[in-house]
Design a protein around this ligand. Structure first.
Ligand code: 1CP
Length: 342
């Protein structure tokens, strides 16, 4: 059997047609996802019921034949496993109990205790490895420590990550300890996903763009570097995709500084710029604007082809610059694929 396309791209091979998957490919834009989610009752039950989580992971593979499946779970399951309360408010999003003090950081459960909560996630991975087509790569994931910390400190998503920046400024020691605790737990969480069958790991640093200067080095680069080094020493050859969203000029050199095999690009950076500045260090992933899957039309096709062409001289995995949105038209995904593969 020939090696899976995504794994070849991650080793630095340039392919005539880039492999493709989409962030949030299992999600509310798909009627079959909405049906399974209704059956589960609520989002967290969906995440923690392995048969149903595997079912929604497979839905976009069955419908579109993407080259990779991403485990269905959420970056906020890890804070829950560390002892925080987590719940989802319909129409609003996730809510957590908060950690803002040194005592709060000390009260978190140790990394060794996370598997009690997270073992259903590993079972989902095992089911997927049995059920996925032989050509489809299975991606496991976690949030990067800074992004996870922003939710643990604020108890919710925030437009400017203000509470996390405040704790960093006012109590840098407790904040750094929190980052270390998340880093350690993330290594154990991702190791368990790899042992269950994940073939690639993706780290989502969705809020990396709000870290400036030395903070970007200390809290976006350094924890990511530590996680990648630990994973590669425990599981030699495991490929890692890092997504420091909205890093802008700091995308340059990010792969070298962290040891990532691939850097995922958001759609605020130009593909031509990234082909010259980022792809020179290895594989890149991205970066179609997810709005185009709502709008469709000629722009969707011309933009898709432009991105394929811009990255055609090196290793590239086609993806969106951020997650597909619930109002996207499933037909537009088909049009995007035709433009990539046709
Ligand atoms: O059904 C629903 O209403 C829930 C919507 C939803 C989904 C489909 C949430 C709530 N999480 C997920 C799944 C999910 N989340 C996956 C696996 C599915 C897939 O990609 O196909 C992944 C990889 C994530 C990752 C995730 N969760 C991130 C990082 C990526 C990104 O979007 O930047 C973040 C920031 C979260 C937190 C989260 N979970 C859900 C929401 C609405 C949010 C954002 C909350 C906020 O900032 O306000």
């Amino acid at each position: 059997m020939s090696e899976k396309t995504i794994l070849r791209a991650l080793k630095g091979e340039r392919l005539p047609v880039p492999p493709v998957w989409m962030m949030r490919q299992a999600g509310r834009y798909l009627p079959e996802y909405r049906a399974t989610r209704a059956k589960a009752g609520d989002f967290l039950s969906l995440c923690y019921t392995p048969d149903l989580a595997a079912e929604v992971t497979l839905q976009p593979i069955n419908r579109y034949g993407f080259d990779a499946a991403i485990l269905f779970a959420d970056i906020l399951l890890l804070p829950q496993a560390l002892g925080l309360d987590l719940w989802f408010v319909t129409g609003e999003g996730p809510r957590l109990s908060t950690v803002t003090t040194a005592a709060g950081v000390r009260a978190l459960k140790p990394a060794s205790a996370i598997h009690d909560t997270l073992s259903p996630v590993y079972e989902t991975v095992r089911i997927l490895r049995r059920e996925l087509p032989s050509e489809t790569t299975l991606i496991g994931f976690a949030g990067a420590p800074w992004t996870v910390a922003t939710y643990m400190i604020a108890g919710r998503g925030t437009p400017d990550q203000g509470p996390a920046h405040a704790m960093k400024a006012e109590n840098r020691e407790a904040f750094s300890t929190l980052i270390d605790r998340i880093t350690e737990a993330t290594i154990d969480y991702l190791s368990a996903q790899i042992e269950a069958g994940a073939e690639v790991i993706k780290l989502f640093d969705s809020w990396a763009g709000s870290l400036r200067g030395q903070d970007f080095d200390d809290f976006a680069i350094e924890p990511t570097r530590q996680i990648i080094a630990a994973l590669k020493s425990r599981h030699p050859g495991i490929p890692v995709i890092a997504f420091p969203r909205e890093a802008g000029p700091r995308y340059t050199g990010f792969a070298r500084a962290t040891g990532a095999d691939c850097v995922a690009l958001d759609n605020s950076v130009s593909a031509d710029w990234a082909a010259a500045e980022v792809q020179k260090d290895g594989c890149v992933q991205g970066n179609l604007d997810p709005r185009l899957l709502v709008e469709g039309g000629e722009t969707l096709e011309t933009e898709t082809r432009r991105i394929v062409r811009a990255f055609s001289n090196g290793p590239h995995i086609f993806n969106l610059g951020h997650g597909i949105t619930p109002d996207a038209d499933p037909e537009n995904v088909q049009r995007m694929l035709a433009a990539i593969r046709g």
